[in-house]
Design a binder for this molecule. Structure first.
Ligand SMILES: C[S@@+](CC[C@H](N)C(=O)[O-])C[C@H]1O[C@@H](n2cnc3c(N)ncnc32)[C@H](O)[C@@H]1O
Length: 336
């Protein structure tokens, strides 16, 4: 589609034209989209745009803006055009290989940090460095938004982040480097947590020393080696393929299928993910999952029984059950 903006205009006129075109194309949040695309084409922030309405736009920027407006009107997400999305106040690189980070996912981070804080209080500990000594896994890391934010918030923790998609992992690695947390995150191409089976031995050395004074030493060492994680977080694909036709065009045609669909119904990945997490978490370890808008009835029953305790469900701002958190019991090491 060709845009109407073909000649250099001033900032005000360009913005007005862009908004009008996107509104005609029924683009959601068309004013915001036009602003972001103009900011991107000019290399300026919003404050500059509104402070310079009468400035002429250089030819090159006008052509670039015109092309961006046309692509947005044709359905490409704004974030694919600007190459970025803000999440938890940090800027993340976004490409068509990764899910665009969503605001709902910030609830997952809030729940994980809250539950970790409570756990420290319960254990009577106050850590000088937040996350000290914790080993955390992020399953289906995509852009890396969750693991990078947790690494910023928990500077004492170390992380593993998995994804089926090598292309997504490349973006996640760049985001970790951009936010200076690469040295504490190990990225792995893996189906869920499968490739993390050898992590325990590597991380059990300090624990082996700690365990040497304990009764039942062997089983405790073995348990730590096979269950190395303190926390596992995941925002898995959870949309049902049968819902695909109801998705906005931006999502259906431009975001990766592997990041969107969990199966015909959407919740098909949860049972295996939860079973693998149960086998990899330490006693007292925490699992935090993002849920799809209709996942709860299928997912909540998977936490019934003795394998999990302290199950909580947190709604998002729209009142949809969005985050489920649960812990492995502390009292038994062998409860599977
Ligand atoms: C909903 S996206 C979440 C991305 C990112 N964590 C976020 O919150 O924005 C799900 C991610 O899981 C990955 N994925 C899908 N199936 C997977 C599997 N079986 N094992 C590992 N990762 C998987 C996808 O490639 C995608 O990056």
């Amino acid at each position: 589609m060709k845009s109407d903006i073909t000649t250099p205009a001033d900032v005000r006129a360009a913005l007005k034209d862009g908004i009008a075109q996107l509104r005609r194309a029924q683009v959601p949040s068309y004013t915001l989209a036009a602003e972001l695309l103009l900011m991107h084409a000019l290399g300026r922030d919003r404050a500059w745009i509104y402070a310079h309405p009468d400035d002429a736009i250089p030819d090159e920027a006008a052509q670039s803006y015109s092309a961006l407006i046309a692509r947005r009107a044709a359905g490409e997400p704004t974030q694919h055009l600007t190459g970025k999305q803000e999440f938890w106040t940090l800027e993340f690189e976004v490409t068509p290989d990764v899910l665009i980070p969503r605001p709902e996912t910030e609830h997952l981070i809030e729940v994980a940090l809250d539950r970790l804080g409570l756990r420290e209080v319960r254990l009577g500990r106050s850590q000088e460095t937040p996350g000290d000594g914790l080993l955390i896994a992020d399953v289906g890391t995509g852009s890396g938004c969750i693991v990078v934010v947790l690494a910023k918030e928990l500077p004492g923790a170390r992380f593993f982040a998995t994804d089926l998609s090598a292309a997504a992992l490349a973006v996640a690695r760049r985001n970790a480097a951009r936010h200076s947390v690469s040295d504490r995150i190990h990225f792995l191409e893996s189906n869920l947590l499968e490739k993390l089976s050898s992590v325990g031995a590597q991380h059990a050395a300090p624990l082996r020393k700690h365990a040497s004074g304990m009764r039942n030493r062997e089983s405790r060492i073995t348990s730590y080696e096979s269950r190395p994680f303190d926390v596992i977080v995941s925002n898995p694909p959870y949309i049902g393929r049968r819902e695909a036709s109801a998705l906005p065009r931006e999502v259906r045609e431009h975001e990766p299928e592997v990041a969107l669909y969990g199966g015909a119904e959407g919740y098909e990945l949860y049972p295996e993910l939860i079973a693998q997490a149960a086998a990899k978490l330490k006693p007292g370890g925490l699992l935090v999952l993002e849920l799809g808008h209709n996942s709860l009835p299928a997912v909540r029953p998977l936490f019934d029984g003795p394998v999990w305790t302290d199950v909580s469900v947190t709604n998002d701002l729209a009142g949809i059950p969005r985050v489920l958190a649960a812990e492995r019991p502390v009292s038994t090491l062998l409860c599977t």
